[in-house]
Design a protein around this ligand. Structure first.
Ligand SMILES: [Zn+2]
Length: 216
């Protein structure tokens, strides 16, 4: 589960299997088929399609494309940071299930998730720009803010959470937003938690070394 995530792509020798979440070798097969021309359909020329099936060498399940369109199964892009608040994880996972089919809906959910995450981190301004700015002052890397700006979460053309920006919301934007949510979680929740845990360990180990020294 911890190996690097590689998104499924047609004819890529190995990628992260959306079924078993393992970076596995893929065996590809393709079939050409022709659609029956429907009388009511304006085009008189037969439609030729190609069906691509990748078979995962680890779990044996199939991943399907028709021509250039990814079809099956739904993909969660990058595993959600487990330290994120439940409400944020829910929005993230929901977006992860639909971003291939409905990138715009996924981006709207992810902007909501970022808004929710800011609130959970104590930044409750209605302006997400101000909230992210406050997080930067608390230690969020400036680069994350710049990246959020780039995908129009906090910039001049900011879209209010839940409002759909039709021109930019594609699968790449969705993937970027997911990565950024994980990065905010990493720097604002996971890392402080790990440092706290290390501090928590200090007194015991200090006591032990004192005990050892005193028993000599
Ligand atoms: Zn698999």
């Amino acid at each position: 589960m911890n190996n690097k995530y590689i998104a499924p792509e047609k004819y890529l020798k190995s990628f992260t299997c959306p079924h078993c979440q393992t970076l596995s070798l893929m065996h590809f097969d393709s079939h050409h088929f022709q659609e029956d021309t429907n009388e009511s359909f304006s085009s008189k020329t037969p439609i030729k399609n190609t069906l691509y099936i990748a078979r995962c060498c680890n779990c044996g399940k199939k991943i399907v494309w028709i021509d250039n369109e990814y079809i099956y199964p739904n993909i969660i892009a990058e595993e959600v940071n487990p330290d994120l608040p439940e409400s944020v994880k829910q929005l993230y996972n929901e977006a992860g299930l639909i971003y291939n089919q409905s990138p715009r809906a996924a981006c709207a959910l992810l902007r909501l998730a970022i808004d929710r995450l800011c609130n959970e981190l104590g930044e409750t301004d209605r302006d997400i720009n101000k909230n992210i700015g406050a997080l930067v002052e608390k230690g969020l890397p400036k680069k994350v803010q710049q990246a959020l700006d780039f995908v129009r979460v906090v910039g001049n053309k900011a879209v209010h959470p839940g409002v759909i920006a039709f021109d930019v919301d594609d699968t790449n934007t969705a993937k970027t937003l997911m990565r950024l949510i994980n990065m905010i979680g990493q720097s604002m929740i996971t890392e402080p938690k790990e440092i706290d845990e290390m501090y928590g360990l200090l007194p015991d180990s200090t006591k032990e070394s004192i005990d050892r020294r005193d028993s000599k």
